[in-house]
Design a protein around this ligand. Structure first.
Ligand code: NAI
Length: 484
């Protein structure tokens, strides 16, 4: 028996979790459950992260959390328990599998176009750090973190997973044509890792083009790897291709703790009515069983589910309306009644169980903190984000008086578009500018030089924020303004 932590969640969570565990128990899945307290009602009891200390301890000891959806209480300052859990336990890879399910009609299933896409989304970084500031009353800034180690662990996981499932193609979705530094780094790491997997066809597609291609020829894609926000959007798009969120499972994979859950939320509009569709949670459960090496149990139950769907049996949210729908409990019972049956299409082979190798330990050395080449960097300038409603030429004249002997004013931009020394009168301005200084004649700069300029500039301007301009080796580690 393997013990896992189970959190039933809020809204329809308890109903669909009960249905799934009933199916597991009927199939004699060798799992033992420790029910833990997480969700909205735990927030309401005063636990600000949405889980009790006992729940946290159990999950950290057991390493596997099977969870129902959880409501994020409305109001400022409250973080989603779902996002907190993924970040606290560094479940850096979010894996979502989208497959054609016979009996779930979609445009593509009707056209005979099969879909089997796995989206691997980075789960920690990007704008999901939620590091945001108002720079002025009118200007908001969000910081987007894309790191080499964060991208590396995600992309390595994606390639390993693609190799195991004998994927025909692995595609990186990105916007590196615009976000040359952040998405550029992600893409660079993708191709670095790809070199170790010559057997896999690795390519990349710009994310907007990817969306268009996914809705026209989804059958051409297999494994798709993306940064966090783009992955969030693309994975919901893929859920739509196979019948909606009711059929979208999700696994949050970390080195020590993994979380398995459905993609959908708590469905408050139908909670407590015993009519919710448990399929997405059940599909997530198959991911968990296979992760634990329980290949045979996963295949028996999955075949029964696929057979049930093929028979036209459905809950109220999908399927042929001329066949009466079943409620959640009846749907689970129908699946149990079909144990041993094999679907006509997509039957899963009854693979032997694998030995479980769960050894959890804390790393003594944290590779996330190591930088590839710390020595080879130098400060070459600084960007000041200032508040001003003056004309660019006026700002430039003031700035040049502060530049001194070490700095020269390079350019001024507004929302990323250059407005000085050249620009267009048609560019619309907000009251926050980025003023860029670089060192004269490659004069070596240090932080004290930058601080001196900061103090001098602050006599004239409110400086909302600043960034060092670095050269990493022979590469500029900062973007140029549009038109620079
Ligand atoms: P939702 O996914 O709960 O509901 C959207 C629509 O889909 C509703 O009409 C609902 O009835 C339907 N639906 C969802 N799951 C269904 C199922 N299994 N069977 C039948 N119909 C289903 O999204 P919504 O309304 O935006 O979010 C509600 C709450 O859920 C929010 O508090 C949100 O924060 C939370 N949430 C939690 C997630 C998680 O725990 N991972 C993920 C997404 C939302």
């Amino acid at each position: 028996m393997t013990k896992i932590a189970v959190a039933k969640g809020d809204g329809i969570g308890p109903e669909i979790m009960d249905a799934v565990l009933k199916i597991f128990d009927a199939a004699k899945v060798p799992l033992e459950y420790e029910f833990v307290d997480m969700g909205k009602w735990v927030f309401d009891k005063g636990y600000s992260n949405g889980m009790t200390p006992d729940a946290q301890r159990s999950i950290e000891t057991l390493g596997i959390l099977f969870k129902g959806p959880m409501e994020t209480p409305k109001g400022k300052g409250v973080k989603s328990v779902n996002v907190t859990a993924r970040k606290t336990w560094n479940t850096y890879a979010n894996k979502r599998t989208f497959q054609t399910l016979h009996g779930v009609d979609t445009v593509f299933s009707k056209a005979g176009i099969p879909i089997d896409i796995t989206v691997v989304r980075e789960n920690i970084e990007d704008t999901y750090g939620g590091v945001e500031h108002m720079l002025t009353h009118d200007v908001a800034l969000s910081r987007r973190f894309i790191t080499r180690p964060g991208s590396l662990q995600l992309i390595k996981y994606a390639f390993e997973m693609a190799k195991k499932k004998q994927a025909k193609r692995i595609t990186c979705g990105h916007k590196a044509n615009i976000m040359k530094i952040t998405d550029g780094l992600f893409l660079e790491v993708f191709y670095e890792v790809a070199k170790d997997y010559p057997e896999l066809k690795a390519d990349d597609v710009i994310v907007d083009d990817l969306c268009m291609k996914l809705v026209t020829r989804p059958d051409l894609f297999d494994t798709v790897v993306l940064t966090n926000l783009q992955g969030d959007i693309v994975s919901d798009l893929c859920a739509g291709l196979v019948g909606g969120l009711g059929f979208a499972p999700s696994a949050n994979i970390g080195d020590h703790i993994c979380i398995f859950e459905a993609v959908h939320g708590t469905a408050p509009d139908i909670a407590g009515k015993n009519i919710a569709n448990p399929t997405a949670l059940l599909l997530s459960g198959f991911g968990m069983l296979r992760h634990l090496g329980m290949m045979e149990s996963a295949a028996i139950i999955e075949n029964a589910l696929l057979y049930t769907l093929e028979q036209g049996i459905h809950t109220g949210d999908f399927g042929n309306k001329s066949i009466p729908s079943l409620n959640t409990t009846e749907f689970a019972e129908a699946i149990i009644g079909n144990f041993g049956k094999v679907p006509e299409q997509g039957a899963k082979p009854l693979l032997k169980d694998l030995p479980t190798t769960q050894t959890y330990f804390k790393l003594e050395k944290n590779p996330m903190m190591e930088s590839a080449d710390v020595a080879n960097e130098k400060i070459v300038g600084v960007d000041f984000f200032i508040e001003s409603n003056e004309q660019p030429i006026t700002i430039a004249n003031k700035c040049m008086r502060h530049a001194g002997v070490k700095f020269k004013l390079i350019n001024i931009s507004n929302r990323g578009t250059q407005v000085w020394p050249t620009g267009s009168v048609y560019t619309n301005l907000v009251n926050q500018y980025n003023v860029r200084f670089e060192s004269i004649d490659d004069f070596p700069l240090n932080q004290q030089d930058v601080l001196g300029l900061y103090v001098s500039m602050s006599g004239n301007f409110k400086i909302c924020s600043s960034e060092l301009l670095l050269m990493l080796g022979d590469k500029k580690a900062y973007s140029l303004a549009q038109g620079q």
